[in-house]
Design a protein around this ligand. Structure first.
Ligand SMILES: C[S@@+](CC[C@H](N)C(=O)[O-])C[C@H]1O[C@@H](n2cnc3c(N)ncnc32)[C@H](O)[C@@H]1O
Length: 327
């Protein structure tokens, strides 16, 4: 199947990154290379690293980007961007001028039936972005306890019928395919009480399972902090989220980096002396224009936030204590 994915908020990302021709850039979620190809075209003497945990994305993007700009270097890296620091260090890189993260799955992954991401198709339960990892949706659905399933559906899908769905899943095991899972969800949610917004009853369960299979949320905030710490002063980070759980993590992380002051709010001046690490370039998330939505309806839930690294900021650890000054 040919790799198909339209990059979302492309111009908005390029504006936020303000690519420096000689700079070193990291696309944490290479996908089909849509964003990366435009970054690469803007480089002259610079370097672009593109990470993806999906070997199919690495192959497709490499074919598209190799040789696109002979005046710049492009390096594709198969791996998880949560490990970006180590992946880059292994290639002799410890400073970046810009970072892009376009979270979630690609259209290719959704449309490739055998990957099991879509509730519209019948396929084996899988949902792994990295086909070499052992944990798939099949294990979670068939082996995790009712309590664990309830937690996943509630915390990663904000599914109000989490307990009922988990119970019916446990009753109807084994469940091998996406269609069987859709039938189970259909049986668990009372027809009269379903959301009236026209959304598919399986949407939240599939989102939750995908997040659990790929461990998408818990490592995100530490990874964002690590990536910002790799930026040179003036370097930029742009992150696209696709649902409120992701966006909340990005928003809170950026806010903490932009405003590390721990003084009581009623003090007229700051006495803690902690300095911001990041300047917010977006107060509110940037969303797709009507023109983009007409061309690409999948952009409807995209939310872009961006920031610029400041010099001499104060890093705080999870407890709010000074960690590294000015890194
Ligand atoms: C929305 S697509 C990116 C599309 C890309 N920006 C483009 O224009 O073609 C997200 C991609 O990120 C990858 N991905 C998601 N989470 C990842 C992670 N933690 N580490 C590495 N790749 C990840 C997925 O496999 C998928 O290929």
């Amino acid at each position: 199947m040919e790799f198909h994915h339209l990059p979302v908020l492309l111009n908005e990302c390029l504006d936020a990154l303000a690519v420096r021709p000689g700079g070193t850039y990291l696309d944490c979620t290479l996908g089909g290379g849509g964003h990366s190809s435009e970054i690469l075209k803007r480089l002259d003497g610079g370097r672009l690293f593109g990470i993806d945990r999906d070997a199919e994305a690495i192959a497709a993007a490499s074919a598209r980007l190799s040789g696109l700009n002979p005046g710049a270097e492009f390096v594709a890296v198969h791996g998880n961007f949560h490990d970006a620091r180590a992946l880059l260090a292994a290639r002799g890189v410890d400073r970046l001028d810009g970072v892009l993260i376009d979270l979630g799955v690609s259209s290719h992954q959704l449309d490739e039936r055998s990957r099991g991401f879509s509730y519209h198709d019948d396929a084996p339960l899988d949902m792994r972005m990295d086909a070499s990892q052992p944990l798939s949706a099949r294990e979670i659905v068939n082996e995790w306890s009712e309590d664990e399933l309830t937690r996943v559906l509630r915390d990663y899908g904000e599914e109000k019928w989490a307990r009922q769905i988990a119970r019916v899943i446990c009753d109807r095991r084994p469940i091998e395919t996406t269609s069987q899972l859709v039938d189970v969800i259909d049986a668990a949610i009372p027809k009269k009480l379903r959301a009236k917004d026209g959304s598919h009853p399986a949407r939240r369960t599939f989102q939750a399972l995908r997040i659990a299979v790929n461990d998408e949320l818990d490592p995100l905030a530490p990874a964002l902090r690590d990536l910002v710490s790799l930026l040179v002063p003036g370097g930029r980070i742009a992150v696209i989220a696709f649902h409120s759980l992701e966006d909340r993590i990005v928003k809170n992380c950026f806010r903490d980096l932009a405003d590390p002051c721990t003084c009581p709010k009623n003090l007229p001046v700051c006495v803690c002396g902690r300095k911001p690490v990041l300047r917010l370039l977006t107060r509110k998330p940037v969303t797709a224009s009507d023109a983009e939505l007409a061309e690409n309806p999948r952009a409807r839930s995209a939310m872009l936030r961006a920031g610029e690294k400041l010099e001499g900021g104060t890093w705080l650890d999870a407890r709010g204590w000074d960690k590294v000054k000015g890194s």
